[in-house]
Design a protein around this ligand. Structure first.
Ligand code: SF4
Length: 363
């Protein structure tokens, strides 16, 4: 994804001057503009967001604001694609920095998934496999899933979607995050050792034998989130030693071992609600992106809240949305120029929408 170098007069601005120009541009655009901020964005961006949320919540909000001509999505590329699919054709969805991708979403591309499906068809009946894609995936993968009778899922509704898929077919193929797939299937009572197999796109035939495919109910794609892969059982044990009685809560993109060692697991919205609802004086060790954890700690000083990983672990691609990019986008809109519009081709969008709509109907 190409990102134009920002003009020198913007690159040289300090924080106060940047804020003042963002404020002016925002005021000039009025109700034509909606700014969405993902929970993992830095505070300097979140403060401009009309709405905060996880990827699905923000895409739904985008779909509920037909009056806005411009939806500026402060998140990563796949989120802006989902918002574009769920909004009207006369609305522009904009990603402030086009290099803000997602390393997990990049771990499965459409050619790899088509090749996997084609090989699976030589060893089993693919009409009995239900493909499920985590929303952290490209629109092309959502379209593949829509075309083959599957659905998207989020970390909030994965349990319902996987359950639906298991009732509907003999097997499911879950991509691109192996951990969300494994954690969800294990939570539904499946045995990771016996019922699941890992498809490695870097290996011939995914590194699987025909028997392994036939014997499994869940085929997991070998992808992961580099942020959530950092959390470990050792960190949880240390938190428990240092803070007796602490509640450990993690995101289901963490490994099965980490999820099992924690007290609870759930989406960013779940983590946020659980900690917000907890009484003062409680302590929380949190296994998710540090910008969200630091914000919770700042907003709730009456509770002890810290990130499980002592070495700060921001999502580096989310971090690419710097206030200078937001300013450049907004001033462009004021001047009548739409920059960095994310547009999913119509035929891809139609099939991807099927996957998203099925998900919304099931969850
Ligand atoms: S936190 Fe992980 S899954 Fe989320 S955008 Fe960053 S790399 Fe992707």
């Amino acid at each position: 994804m190409l990102q134009q170098l920002l003009p020198a007069d913007i690159r040289g601005l300090d924080a106060d001057a940047t804020d003042s120009r963002i404020r002016a541009a925002r005021t000039a655009l009025g109700s034509k503009l909606v700014i969405l901020g993902h929970h993992y964005q830095r505070d300097e961006i979140i403060k401009w967001a009309d709405f905060r949320g996880d990827s699905l919540k923000l895409s739904q909000i985008a779909g509920n604001h037909p009056e806005a001509s411009y939806i500026v999505f402060c998140g990563v590329h796949f989120m802006a694609e989902s918002a574009d699919i769920l909004t009207n054709s006369d609305q522009a969805v904009i990603l402030p920095n086009m290099t803000a991708g997602c390393s997990m979403a990049d771990m499965a591309n459409i050619d790899q998934v088509e090749a996997c499906w084609s090989w699976l068809s030589t060893v089993t009946d693919t009409s009995r496999i239900v493909p499920i894609t985590y929303v952290n995936s490209t629109a092309a993968l959502k379209a593949f899933v829509g075309k083959h009778g599957g659905a998207s899922c989020t970390s909030s509704n994965a349990r319902n979607i996987v359950s639906w898929a298991l009732e509907r077919g003999d097997k499911l193929l879950f991509f691109p995050d192996q951990h969300l797939g494994r954690n969800t299937a294990a939570d539904l009572g499946l045995d990771p050792a016996k019922d699941m197999a890992l498809w490695d796109p870097a290996k011939a035939d995914g590194g699987l034998t025909a028997d392994q495919v036939r014997d499994s109910r869940v085929l997991l794609w070998k992808g992961h989130c580099s942020v959530h892969a950092r959390f470990s059982v050792d960190q949880i044990e240390k938190a428990r030693r240092d803070y007796p009685g602490i509640h450990v809560i993690v995101h289901p993109e963490c490994s099965l071992e980490v999820v099992r060692a924690a007290d609870s697991a759930g989406s960013t919205e779940h983590i946020l609600k659980k900690i917000s609802d907890a009484p003062a004086g409680t302590s929380w060790a949190v296994g998710t992106e540090v910008n969200l954890v630091s914000r919770l700690a700042h907003e709730m000083p009456e509770k002890t809240i810290f990130c499980l990983d002592p070495v700060v672990c921001p999502c580096s691609t989310m971090y690419r949305i710097h206030p200078h990019y937001l300013l450049w986008i907004l001033e462009g809109l004021v001047e009548g120029e739409v920059r960095n519009q994310v547009s999913v081709p119509t035929e891809v969008a139609a099939e991807a929408k099927l996957a998203l709509e099925r998900m919304l109907a099931i969850s």
